[in-house]
Design a protein around this ligand. Structure first.
Ligand SMILES: NC(=O)c1ccc[n+]([C@@H]2O[C@H](COP(=O)([O-])OP(=O)(O)OC[C@H]3O[C@@H](n4cnc5c(N)ncnc54)[C@H](O)[C@@H]3O)[C@@H](O)[C@H]2O)c1
Length: 407
């Protein structure tokens, strides 16, 4: 990936996510960190102390620095559009954290501006460069499972509202900005981690439906339920090559970050798309008989098709975040398009926005009047009320080790 000359990069925003970048930059010694700007000078200072460069006194000073080729935009989501626009107008290539912008028209404006000015624009996430992603994408492309037909994708993180989220800090001690994340919502924060792999394998999404729900909105300590974006999104996706899939994104269900591609000759699974070196597991179809899984061979782990990155962020997830910046910088030197091209990122954003809006058809199911107590009324509320008369059941449970306990 080394383009043969160094590329000057500078950071706007030195908060929680900035440590993901700093920790992975040594993989790309030709990325020359010129400096950083943050409205909180203490954060810019601690960032450059750890990762190099100077502290800029203002964003304008950063933009005026001719040694900066690429701006890495790590500001809060609501500032992505204005920050990226200013950088493009100042003649800088831009790598933006996701999303490119909060609205499709604003993101499209940025893509057009970059094109008009002959600049490159990319957006996170960059997990598509991981060993797991590259190996999966190549295995599907090489036909190891025949023609892909179906994909199951999940980015469920566990019930964040019940976790100790105020204790979470980055390597430099920056707190996890849960209020911003929860306002943005699980889809805008995380859909791209799955979508960027899926679009690379199957082409663009051509038809889709989605539904969202807010289930734990009133469980956050300092936020009103009305400020919280939906915390569950379930989507149906149909891709240009005919593959169809279901995607689940949320922070309600226990952790599940699996991706399984089902083809007519077998299946490929990555157990956790956030772990760069997660094994890619192939199960070949070996038969057509039997009632159970015997049509599939025993799982086999595929050899990775790219070497491991030496430096990673390995706090909760093993990410190669700097790879996206390196991809953009390499493309800028070689006058090519990055893998994460502006159009590709715009499409991923478009699908994410649709998943977040839940624009699929939500049909109301009319339940006929019935004397069956399981079909009382036709609303969830009436079913819940009907259940309230019952004494709570005390369930004996059996632990996994076989030990009996009371719930
Ligand atoms: N938090 C995560 O786990 C995580 C992970 C991956 C990506 N991201 C993404 O990274 C981006 C930043 O998120 P974060 O978690 O680092 O948020 P954060 O709030 O911790 O950091 C944002 C930083 O930007 C600074 N800032 C605010 N206004 C600014 C301005 N006008 N100019 C320069 N700096 C400004 C803030 O002072 C803060 O230090 C978001 O797009 C988010 O989606 C976050």
């Amino acid at each position: 990936m080394n383009p043969g000359r160094s590329v000057g990069i500078a950071f706007a925003g030195c908060g929680y996510a900035a440590d993901f970048y700093g920790a992975t930059l040594p993989n790309y010694p030709w990325l020359d960190v010129r400096g950083a700007y943050d409205v909180r000078t203490d954060r810019a200072r601690s960032f450059v102390r750890e990762y190099g460069g100077c502290v800029y006194d203002s964003f304008d000073q950063l933009l005026a620095d001719p040694s900066v080729d690429v701006l890495v935009n790590l500001t809060p989501v609501t500032l992505h559009h204005s920050t990226t626009k200013a950088a493009l107008n100042a003649g800088k290539h831009v790598y933006s954290e996701k999303p490119l912008a909060t609205r499709l028209d604003e993101a499209s404006e940025l893509v057009l501006l970059a094109r008009q000015r002959g600049l490159l624009l990319s957006s996170a996430p960059s997990t598509v460069f991981s060993q797991a992603a590259q190996t999966l994408i190549q295995a599907v492309g090489d036909g190891l499972i025949g023609r892909p037909r179906l994909v199951h994708a999940a980015l469920d993180m566990g019930a964040l509202a019940f976790m100790a989220y105020t204790d979470w800090h980055s390597r430099r001690g920056v707190p996890w900005p849960f209020e911003d994340e929860v306002r943005n919502g699980c889809v805008m924060e995380h859909a791209g981690y799955q979508l960027s792999w899926l679009v690379a394998m199957f082409g663009p999404v051509v038809r889709m439906a989605a539904h969202t729900a807010s289930l734990l909105a009133d469980e956050w300590s300092t936020l009103d339920a009305g400020e919280v974006a939906p915390d569950v999104s379930l989507g149906f996706l149909e891709f240009a090559d005919g593959t169809v899939g279901r995607i689940s994104i949320g922070w309600v269900a226990p952790t599940d970050q699996t991706l399984t591609v089902i083809g007519d000759r077998g299946t490929l699974t990555v157990g956790d798309v956030w772990q760069a070196s997660e094994p890619v597991v192939l199960r070949r179809r070996v038969g057509t008989n039997g009632k159970d899984h015997s049509y599939l061979a025993e799982p086999e782990q595929l050899p990775f098709v790219v070497p491991a990155a030496e430096h990673r962020y390995v706090d909760t997830h093993d990410l190669t975040v700097g790879a996206g910046v390196a991809d953009l910088a390499r493309a800028a030197v070689r006058d090519e398009q990055p893998f994460l091209s502006a159009d590709y990122c715009l499409h991923v954003l478009d699908v994410s926005l649709r998943l977040a809006a839940g624009t699929g058809v939500a049909e109301t199911v009319t339940v006929p009047a019935s004397t069956d107590s399981k079909l009382l009324g036709c609303s969830i509320e009436s079913l819940a009320t009907a259940g309230r008369g019952h004494a709570p059941t005390s369930w004996p449970t059996v632990g996994l080790a076989g030990e009996k306990r009371r719930a």
